[in-house]
Design a protein around this ligand. Structure first.
Ligand code: 13P
Ligand code: SF4
Length: 338
């Protein structure tokens, strides 16, 4: 295990840390086998975890598919709570474990099921698209889900003049621009009417606390120093940042872009651990970092917590069956679109 990790990470993780982490990874491998478990690892996992124990790594759409397909008894989700809930929604007979009880998400906690019901009362008959970065009760109120890799395809699949798109303000604005839709952010206070009437997309003021930190000035400063840099931005970044970047896409799409393009230097505007993971996979390319930006939720998932998840069955994801079934319709409809 140490040799396997070292082959990828010797330039990224100090040797003493690698040796220590390799020992935990060996323990996890044994537990995984003994308990007939599968481990799914999101692209934001820290390098030592990302390159050791997951059976599958990927973006949220990819990992949902893997969760739906597995025949193992236990799914350990090295990601955040909404991802583990999506696994449970799709594969309810399995035990789903999330290694930390602090792995939330600022987008998921920005909206409640009652908020969605209020929007539906305010805009009756308008289909609701929810980003997968929401909890199961919000998905249950939605017609269809989307991820950053299929948001445009999902909105276009509805063939509707108007859609409600929740809860990420920036993703909504980026999708509106790509699909040529005019977006509003309504006031839901009783008695307050919105003044703009020619809307085609109705958004919500959720933000990713990681991606909202990137600015156009960050890009300009890096370009001033390294004029040949290729800038990639996740679509949870502001529309100005996405416009100033050379490419925008899901975490998988950004990984693929760096792998397949020939530039010598990249700046990836997303959670910093992913920059390390891309650097490890592309030793011939230089990754520039703005490393003050880490997701405090993804960062609670460690090798130690993952070992303990398998040892002590924690933290088990439980969902109300009625909510799960309604959420399933929205997630499954998205998966069918691709
Ligand atoms: P992806 O679907 O692109 O993996 O993104 C998930 C996420 O939480 C980004 O912040
Ligand atoms: Fe949520 Fe942002 Fe963290 Fe992704 S990076 S899990 S959207 S807080």
């Amino acid at each position: 295990m140490y040799e396997k990790m070292k082959a990828k990470l010797e330039r990224i993780v100090p040797d003493v840390e690698l040796r220590y982490k390799a020992e935990i990874a060996v323990e996890i491998e044994a537990l995984k086998k003994a308990r007939n478990a599968v481990i799914l690892g999101h692209n934001y996992m820290e390098p030592a975890l990302f390159y050791s124990i997951p059976d599958f790594t990927g973006d949220s759409l990819d990992l949902s598919r893997k969760a739906a397909q597995t025949d193992k008894d236990i799914i350990v989700f090295c990601g955040v709570r909404f991802m583990a809930e999506t696994a449970k929604i799709l594969n309810p007979t399995k035990m789903v474990l999330l290694p930390s009880d602090r792995a939330g998400c600022s987008l998921a906690s920005s909206i409640t099921a009652e908020d969605v019901r209020a929007l539906k009362r305010r805009f009756p008959g308008v289909p609701v698209v929810s980003y997968v970065n929401t909890y199961a009760d919000v998905k249950a109120e939605s017609d269809i889900c989307c991820t950053s890799s299929n948001a445009i395809a999902v909105v276009e699949s509805l063939k509707s003049d108007t859609v409600i798109f929740l809860p990420d303000e920036y993703l909504a604005r980026n999708v509106a621009r790509e699909t040529g839709k005019h977006i509003i952010f309504p006031t839901l206070q009783p008695g307050v009417e919105d003044t703009i009437l020619d809307y085609q997309m109705i958004g919500w003021h959720g933000r990713c606390e990681v991606h909202e930190k990137f600015t156009v000035q960050d890009i300009q400063a890096v370009r001033a120093q390294f004029p040949d840099v290729v800038v990639l931005a996740h679509p949870e970044c502001s529309p100005d940042v996405v416009e100033a970047a050379d490419f925008s896409g899901s975490t998988n799409a950004m990984i693929r872009y760096v792998r397949e393009s020939r530039a010598a230097r990249y700046l990836v505007l997303t959670e910093c651990a992913m920059g390390d993971n891309i650097a490890a996979a592309n030793p011939d390319k230089e990754m520039l970092r703005l490393c003050m930006v880490r997701c405090p939720h993804m960062n609670t998932i460690t090798l130690e917590e993952t070992r303990d998840a398998l040892k002590f069955n924690r933290y088990v994801i439980e969902l109300d069956e009625g909510i799960r079934q309604r959420a399933y319709r929205a997630v499954q409809r998205m998966i069918e679109i691709g």
